[in-house]
Write a protein that binds this ligand. Structure first.
Ligand code: ADP
Ligand code: MG
Length: 698
């Protein structure tokens, strides 16, 4: 078999001369010296393979050029034109544009680029090129933010016009024209790629073979075939990921742990009897999932997902009580000291009556040595802490359950480090960041997932309103009335101190101004990340005890801070924050029976910013908001993606390719059913891709 492969390779290279291998550096291409290579490195292009897998983000059909006189509003057109004049215009604070006049033999039209006034310098009068974009109304007819490409005056223009041309993601010093030529050359000189998709899947989806797909993806005969070819590679990526996460999961299902828990032990029963309220259905389902895992022969690896305030801690308590019944310690790791302390208080409230010792271990724990000694001896059963749990000095007696709160705040390595301190510990991740389904099965596809999709009864949904500057006096009156009625307010500002670079509200100055001005006489306080943690803790505790009416802060007030008496959230320069972040800030109020409000201040400067505020006013569902966020920002920005190795995604787009993702997941299941260890020859390349993703899914 190997011999046949070797022979074909030899035959191939003698038939058409020596070929470039995919692994060779881009400098192997004619016309790529060190300097140019460095520019290409910025795009992540190091090898011939990188270059050929740098797919166009779009195609332009330049088989048809439109004459300027023929352009009508609403058309998307390509014109070939000369720059007549170009100028930069400042519209208002932080918004500027380039305004450029273009001419061809038939007439003139303007082209405008918002937020890219530097183009007025790039597009010099007299230069010629292609401009592609939609024509809209802007003080007359204009091409809005068109793609452009200036002629350099050499013969390569033919590769750039009269056909469907690829449009690549670029960087400074690398032009479309340069990339097109390099890709063309690489396609001509490189050896044909190995076929990475098994025949069965190619056939089932009607995908072209790797070689043909590579050509069509860059220089398609029709836009359709270009997109089809890109789909093939997107599918291939998604299939690799799904094989990886599902293989990791399958492996775990084969593992046998040393202890299977009994799920009706005395501590669990006592906990259940002591609960002051009934679990919600969502909590009940999650508890059933978790106890099922603990009773089974394989270690639990589960992600518990649910909006802020849905009651995840209570669910975790059931797991802790069960671990205790088996004679095991539990560790809960939280991202900040405040959260760790709050968890400590909650857990103690329920566990102390059961006779269990709960310890909190953070960077500012005073008698850390003594606390550690009790953990090591097993005297302490439940340990709550921050990163301090990971220190070498922290050793456990018999750690059987690891719970990670706000798990996306920790890296894979940190999570693994705590896990390594246990004895085959059960692993429960918790997150209040709602993750759209597509991401969840991609990033966390190897974990089991429990979702709590409802809040405990007795909560009144938070009402969200935008406040214009004219209405701020009314807002201050409202805060005063709330305080008089015994309710409290969070007042969030984006910056700690004023900054020349970013003209945003700073908490230090705003706190000083308001508490001596419009809010004078009220009990105000301030908290931000630059305060020592003892001071932060002190302020938070005073707030929780109801001794502060208005707490000015940056975003340091954590997701998960639980203060039912806080009914108002004010957010300055709200459009500065991401959707998910805004939603989580808002989640800090509405935790009690009184009607809560979230007020969004500041005028958005971008269309996206405005849209974010609108979505927030309309929706209170974390999942809907996460979907909208994913759509607006793209998955690249999503928390946790990078650490999950998904910044590697070259082609697949988790928003656009949902159907492809579902297909890939199904196919991965089928492939693993036939070939669980991916040892068959036709799966060799898939196995390689899968291994990369297996590692991150534990
Ligand atoms: P999360 O960590 O999911 O944001 P918490 O566990 O902090 O939420 O719970 C928020 C609040 O809701 C706590 O005060 C908790 O005691 C309360 N709570 C949890 N579950 C219930 C329930 N089933 N019924 C009533 N209140 C509940
Ligand atoms: Mg919580």
């Amino acid at each position: 078999m190997d011999e046949i492969v070797a022979n074909t390779k030899r035959a191939r290279s003698t038939a058409s001369g020596p070929r470039l291998s995919f692994a060779e550096p881009i400098t192997a291409l004619p016309g790529v010296a060190e300097k140019r290579a460095e520019l290409l490195h910025v795009l992540g292009l190091f090898t011939i393979r990188d270059l050929l897998y740098h797919f166009p983000r779009a195609y332009q059909d330049r088989r048809v050029l439109t004459r300027i006189t023929d352009i009508q509003e609403g058309n998307t057109v390509t014109i070939e034109a000369e720059v007549v004049k170009a100028r930069a215009i400042h519209l208002r604070r932080r918004l500027s544009m380039a305004d450029v006049t273009l001419r061809d033999a038939s007439g003139e039209i303007r082209a405008i680029w918002f937020g890219q006034d530097y183009l007025a310098r790039v597009l010099k009068p007299g230069s010629r090129g292609f401009f592609t974009g939609a024509a809209g109304a802007w003080k007359g007819l204009a091409l809005r933010n068109p793609d452009y490409e200036l002629h350099s005056g050499d013969e390569e223009d033919r590769m750039n016009s009269g056909r469907i041309v690829p449009v690549y993601r670029l960087t400074e010093g690398v032009s479309q024209r340069m990339l097109r030529r390099l890709v063309r050359t690489a396609l001509d000189l490189a050896e044909p790629p190995d076929e990475s998709l098994p025949h069965a899947q190619r056939e089932a989806h009607g995908f072209p073979g790797a070689h043909e797909a590579l050509r069509q993806a860059h220089f398609p005969d029709a836009i359709d075939s270009g997109e089809r070819a890109k789909s093939r590679f997107a599918y291939e990526e998604l299939l690799g990921i799904q094989l990886g996460v599902l293989a990791a999961r399958a492996k775990r299902h084969l593992e046998h742990k040393r202890h299977r828990h009994i799920v009706d032990g005395p501590h669990l029963r006592a906990l259940r009897a002591a609960l002051p309220f009934a679990l919600t259905q969502g909590q009940q389902r999650a508890v059933t999932d978790i106890l099922g895992d603990m009773a089974s022969h394989r270690p639990m690896v589960r992600l518990l997902q649910g909006d802020v305030g849905c009651g995840k801690t209570l669910v975790a308590l059931h797991a802790i009580a069960t671990a205790c019944d088996g004679g095991y310690q539990s560790a809960l790791m939280a991202p900040t000291e405040i959260l760790a302390e709050q968890h400590g208080i909650h857990l103690r409230e329920f566990l102390a009556p059961l006779g269990l010792e709960v310890a909190v271990l953070t960077g500012s724990t005073e008698n850390a040595k003594a606390v550690r000694a009790r953990i090591a001896s097993g005297a302490t059963t439940v340990i709550v802490g921050t990163h301090a749990l990971l220190q070498e000095a922290t050793a456990f007696h018999k750690l059987g359950l690891v719970i990670i709160d706000e798990q996306h705040r920790f890296g894979v390595v940190q999570r693994a480090a705590l896990h390594a301190k246990g004895l085959d510990p059960e692993l429960l991740h918790m997150t209040a960041t709602p993750i759209p389904r597509t991401l969840a099965i991609t990033v966390y596809g190897g974990m089991d997932l429990s979702i709590i999709d409802e809040l405990p009864p007795g909560r009144t949904p938070v009402k969200t309103r935008r406040i214009t500057p004219a209405k701020t006096p009314g807002l201050y009156d409202y805060l005063r009335r709330q305080a008089a009625a015994g309710y409290q307010t969070y007042y969030v500002c984006p910056l700690v101190e004023e900054s020349a670079a970013r003209q945003l509200t700073a908490v230090t100055t705003h706190f000083a101004e308001l508490s001596t001005g419009p809010l004078s006489g009220m009990r105000t306080a301030m908290i931000h990340g630059r305060l020592p943690s003892s001071e932060k803790g002190d302020v938070m505790h005073r707030f929780k005890r109801g001794e502060i009416d208005v707490l000015f802060s940056t975003t340091v007030i954590e997701v998960g801070i639980d203060c039912p008496n806080a009914t108002t959230m004010v957010i300055e320069d709200a459009a500065q924050f991401g959707l998910t972040q805004l939603h989580q800030l808002r989640g800090r109020v509405g935790r009690g029976p009184a009607q809560s409000y979230c007020f969004l201040l500041g005028k958005p400067v971008t269309a996206d910013g405005k849209r974010r505020l609108e979505i927030l006013c309309e929706s209170s569902s974390g999942f809907d908001i996460a979907e909208a966020d994913l759509e607006m920002r793209g998955p690249g920005e999503f928390q946790g993606l990078r650490q999950a190795g998904l910044s590697d995604l070259r082609v697949a787009d988790l928003v656009r390719d949902v159907r492809l993702l579902d297909a890939a997941r199904r196919d991965a299941q089928n492939i693993l059913a036939m070939d669980p260890t991916l040892t068959r020859t036709e799966h060799a390349l898939l196995a390689e891709a899968a291994r990369r993703f297996e590692a991150v899914n534990t």
